[in-house]
Design a protein around this ligand. Structure first.
Ligand code: NIG
Ligand code: FE
Length: 389
């Protein structure tokens, strides 16, 4: 769709830029969109003329959510595993291999349909950018096709060949690391922007994780890491040492981990995934400790069939506020600008001139309603790259 579009009569505009408070709020505002970008932001009364108009009717407008952590390429589901957990079974990550089996057996079109279904679901809930990981293929061909399919839907694609050691390599993990760093990385890299490792007891230890991430960096991939989800460990500090864009989960942190993330020269974001604690009935990460130490925090869904089968960023915002004691403003920032930092993007997560025109019109007068009215479909309209969806 060409021509300019004016979104006006906005009661509360969250810019994450200049304006009131940490969210850069403007009242009675308007946003002019041209060529998929924000061209102007200001008072509705002084808005320039445009080819088309979208009347926000006094509602709140926000940057679209940036979901920086999702596993969408898989087949099957693990509802029975969820039911067993709710009856007292612990989550160990062991179910990943079940999904690997189902994913390998699926056709390309089946995988593609799942990615599109979940991406569509997220879009209807206000997510305008979604990172997508591989990690349920774990063969050269299955990781490559997972990323090829992911890249049809997102530019933020992540090679997670080091999710777990697959059953056929169970007694020779060094050989699997060799495969990941060699032929699997070579096949995956053309379709990936990032590399990720599940650095955890039972998955990959710190030496394997360092080796795999270094191989990824050597071919130009950015680093992100699953770290300190199921117990304390070296993952967070490894991520900071390697200059990772983000370390994700951060559920079990030592003082040294927090100090590393809060370091003056640290650019690594701590991405919290409260959907995983919700769905595994685990203690939530201590978001207050991170925020009070000055760490940059992002929120993401971790959408996957095992530990967090939700595509809803509003749900994660509500959990962050209620269960992790983030303020509504901190949670919204983390779900938008924080996610953008975790993807090293400065063109999304904000509504300021030259940013991508990815925005959400709420069915509510304030962003506060995202946590105040949990579970309610509050997304009235989504603009993606300036185009109404
Ligand atoms: O981020 N922790 C590792 N990976 C996923 C879970 C994957 C699964 O259980 O299928 C996560 O929680
Ligand atoms: Fe994950």
């Amino acid at each position: 769709m060409s021509g300019s579009l004016l979104v006006d009569n906005i009661g509360e505009l969250v810019t994450n830029g200049l304006g009131e408070g940490p969210l850069g709020i403007r009242r009675d505002a308007a946003v002019l969109v041209e060529d998929g970008r924000v061209a102007w932001v200001g008072a509705s009364a002084y808005a320039p003329a445009a080819d088309r108009r979208l009347d926000a009717g006094g509602a709140a407008v926000l940057p679209g959510f940036v979901d920086s952590h999702a596993h969408l390429v898989f087949a099957g589901d693990r509802a029975a595993e969820f039911a067993a957990r709710m009856a007292g079974e612990p989550y160990t990550g062991g179910g990943i291999r079940t999904t690997v089996g189902a994913t390998r057996a699926a056709t390309d079109d089946e995988l593609r349909a799942t990615v599109r279904r979940l991406r569509g679901e997220a879009l209807r809930q206000g997510t305008t950018t979604m990172e997508i990981k591989s990690g349920y293929g774990l063969t050269v061909a299955d990781e490559a096709r997972s990323l090829r399919i992911a890249a049809e839907t997102s530019t933020e694609t992540t090679f997670l060949g080091a999710h777990v050691v697959p059953a056929e390599y169970a007694d020779r993990p060094d050989d699997y690391v060799g495969l990941v760093c060699g032929p699997m990385l070579a096949a995956a890299a053309p379709h990936a922007k990032w590399i990720d490792v599940f650095c955890e007891r039972g998955a990959f230890d710190v030496d394997h994780a360092r080796a795999i991430l270094a191989c990824g960096q050597a071919v130009g991939l950015g680093v992100r890491l699953h770290a300190n989800q199921l117990g304390p460990g070296p993952g967070v500090q490894l991520g900071v040492e390697l200059g990772a864009a983000s370390v994700d989960h951060c559920t079990h942190l030592s003082d040294a981990d927090v100090d590393a993330l809060a370091g003056a020269h640290t650019t690594t974001v701590a991405t919290l995934l409260p959907g995983a604690e919700f769905s595994t009935r685990s203690p939530y990460p201590d978001a207050r400790r991170l925020l009070d130490a000055g760490v940059t925090v992002a929120l993401a869904t971790d959408c996957n069939p095992g530990s967090s089968y939700t595509s809803s960023m509003p749900f994660c915002v509500a959990l962050a506020v209620r269960e992790m004691r983030m303020t509504p403003a901190e949670a919204l920032w983390a779900a938008t600008a924080g996610g953008a930092r975790a993807l090293r993007r400065d063109d999304i997560g904000v509504l300021t001139p030259r940013a991508r025109a990815d925005l959400v019109v709420l069915d509510a007068p304030s962003y506060l309603h995202l946590a105040y009215r949990p579970g309610v479909p509050l997304i009235r309209k989504v603009l993606l790259n300036g185009v109404p969806q």
